[in-house]
Design a binder for this molecule. Structure first.
Ligand code: FYN
Ligand code: ADP
Length: 571
């Protein structure tokens, strides 16, 4: 008698990897540990790129940035309870920013967790995650891995993109099933983010509102950058002749040097425009909720056209006169199709006044950039970086901080779409090194991370990760000895430093040297330029400790107004 051949088996580990690969996901950002250590090893063995971090929040931020750059959900893989919670901050941030991402966490055994019997890293992760993401799922059986991952992918990228949590209990990984049945259980998601065409009457309404404008303005947000509808957006701007204002991560969608950019006349155009076309930008705090002084409340009502994939975004802060619900590519194409012969460009006096305001601000900026104080201030250091980015327009720029963020936004021009990653919708610190790693991994281009010294502290340990994977990341730390500035004193007479100051004259560059990268201290724009040129030419991980005047900088940069006033001590 001949014994039957044992059937070839697969297991939960391999089904997870195969399901991701089948859907074109080739990179995992994560941090190994119980119960997903072997998953990271096997994923690498199966040809996936596994980027292991030193803290899950940074891995999560990397996954989020990868999602923004590629339109595929970035994957963050973490261990249970504390690792999961660390990743959750990034998941929440991805959701708030509309970046597609999936946080996959190993979890402890359900029956023990649900009876609160005290498992290793016990936590009801699925329920904890729910308020912080778009959707949350748990997979209990190996044969559901295919459909579970398909569901997570579609949830992350369809409609308004965002974060998805996927809970994988430890026992799932070692479950086996026949290999053929396993293969058949996998799902390749068909058209994960279907186009959503705007209804024709909504397009007509929008065109009518725009045609009625005397002082029209287009406002491009990071949704427009995410949409990868670059040619359509350019056609809309150029054919309509309407001036445009980019939100920070929409910079470069059209080059910042474009004659129609009104970035340098921001306050003026927000106040004066009578019709505003929002393209993938929300009227949240970054846009003063669409009302008040910023929007020239005393200058008469404005009309809004809003393009967004999320219907519920309309009327969130002010009434929207012409909502255009659909994907940006389809909506903008429909508008372009309506701009035919006989389209009247915006009135010349509107364009002329914007140009005048813009020139004034540009000259003011040029004068500031022409100065070279010692020690450097934000302008002189950023002036050097501005030239480097001009010479390397395909480099990725990551930017966080308070003053370092705000000055860089207006000083460092961007020339290509999706090259700028920053603090985003929440205005958070801590995205720096996670975003920088993803920018390097996903694009292969040089990365310039412009970091406030405080901001850098949140993810600084990832310089080891950058060195380990030998990524072409050049970090410039704007070292002014503290948060906002380095001059605060402790008024109480105790020996403690003020809460806003750091160790004076810190050598952040030595952190990079510790892991084999290149560390440089730059005290002049020339030294900064030289070090950046070398970093880009060599592709070596580099950290430049840029010494900035500790008196430079203002409280909270350009958002000082958000600081609650000291009511109790007010005279
Ligand atoms: C802009 N400007 C320029 C240029 N670009 N002048 C000359 N040349 C160029 N290229 C002008 C612009 O017209 C404005 O002047 C001014 O510079 C500032 O422009 P900016 O930066 O675009 O706009 P503003 O007013 O700061 O925008 C508000 C904001 C922004 C809320 C969108 O501040 C922002 O994105 N903030 C994020 C802050 C954050 O997240 N911080 C992290 C937390 S810090 P005027 O037109 O004269 O006004 C915790 O403490
Ligand atoms: P910013 O901070 O640059 O102003 P926001 O994050 O506030 O940008 O706005 C982005 C908007 O873009 C969100 O409301 C989101 O729903 C929308 N969005 C994202 N992707 C698309 C897309 N492909 N089509 C249409 N709208 C999109």
């Amino acid at each position: 008698k001949i014994a039957a051949e044992p059937a070839e088996l697969t297991d939960g580990f391999h089904l997870v990897i195969d399901a991701l690969k089948l859907n074109g996901i080739d990179t995992i950002y994560g941090l190994p540990g119980i119960p997903i250590t072997d998953l990271t090893r096997m994923a690498q063995a199966e040809g996936m790129r596994v980027i292991a971090f030193r803290h899950e929040q940074n891995a999560g931020n990397a996954a989020a940035a990868a999602g923004f750059l590629t339109q595929k959900p970035g994957i963050c893989l973490t261990v249970s309870a504390p690792g999961f919670l660390n990743g959750l901050t990034a998941l929440a941030n991805a959701t708030v920013n509309c970046f597609p991402m999936i946080l996959i966490s190993g979890s402890s055994e359900r029956e023990i967790v649900d009876l609160a019997q005290g498992d290793y890293e016990e936590m009801d992760q699925l329920n904890v995650a729910k308020p912080f993401c778009k959707a949350a799922f748990r997979i209990t059986y190996a044969h559901d891995i295919g459909i579970g991952i398909a569901r997570a992918i579609r949830a992350a990228v369809s409609g308004r993109p965002g974060g998805v949590y996927l809970d994988l209990p430890a026992k799932l990984f070692s479950q086996t099933m026949e290999a053929l049945a396993g293969r058949n259980s996998l799902v390749k998601v068909v058209d994960p983010a279907p186009r959503q065409l705007p209804a024709p009457d909504t397009v007509k309404r929008a065109l009518d509102v725009i045609k009625g404008a005397k002082r029209p303005l287009i406002l491009l947000g990071k949704g427009a950058a995410y949409a990868q509808a670059d040619a359509e957006i350019r056609a809309f701007v150029e054919k309509s002749g309407i001036p445009y204002l980019p939100m920070s991560m929409a910079k470069g969608l059209l080059p910042d040097t474009h004659p129609q950019s009104a970035a340098a006349a921001r306050s003026y155009v927000l106040q004066e425009a009578d019709v505003v076309v929002l393209v993938g930008a929300r009227l949240n705090w970054l846009l003063s909720h669409g009302k008040g002084k910023t929007w020239g409340a005393d200058k008469g009502p404005k009309k809004f056209v809003q393009i967004d994939i999320a219907a519920t975004e309309m009327d969130s802060n002010v009434p929207i006169d012409a909502p255009l619900v659909g994907d940006i590519g389809s909506c903008v194409s429909a508008l372009v199709a309506g701009i035919g012969a006989g389209w009247a460009k915006p009135p010349a006096d509107w364009l002329a006044t914007i140009a005048e305001r813009k020139d004034k601000n540009l000259s003011k900026m040029a004068a500031q950039l022409a100065q070279s104080p010692s020690p450097m201030n934000f302008h002189s250091a950023l002036g050097a970086i501005r030239e480097i980015v001009k010479q390397n327009p395909d480099a990725m720029v990551v930017n966080e901080g308070a003053n370092t963020l705000d000055f860089a936004r207006s000083i460092v021009d961007m020339y290509q779409p999706r090259k700028r990653l920053d603090c985003g919708t929440w205005g958070i610190m801590g995205i720096g090194m996670g975003f920088a790693v993803a920018a390097a991994v996903e694009t292969g281009k040089p990365v310039i991370a412009i970091e406030g010294d405080s901001a850098f502290g949140f993810s600084g340990m990832e310089v080891e990760t950058i060195c380990r994977y030998n990524l072409p990341v050049c970090i410039v730390v704007f070292n002014n000895n503290g948060v906002y500035k380095g001059t605060d004193k402790n008024p109480s007479g105790t020996a403690d430093p003020a809460p806003t100051v750091f160790v004076k004259d810190s050598r952040y560059d030595l952190m990079m040297e510790a892991f084999g990268g290149k560390g440089v201290t730059a005290r002049t724009p020339q030294e900064l330029t030289r070090a950046m040129e070398e970093a880009i030419a060599s592709g070596r991980p580099t950290l430049i400790n840029a010494v900035i005047d500790e008196t430079a900088g203002t409280e909270s940069g350009r958002i000082t107004n958000l600081n609650p006033a000291k009511a109790a001590t007010k005279k």
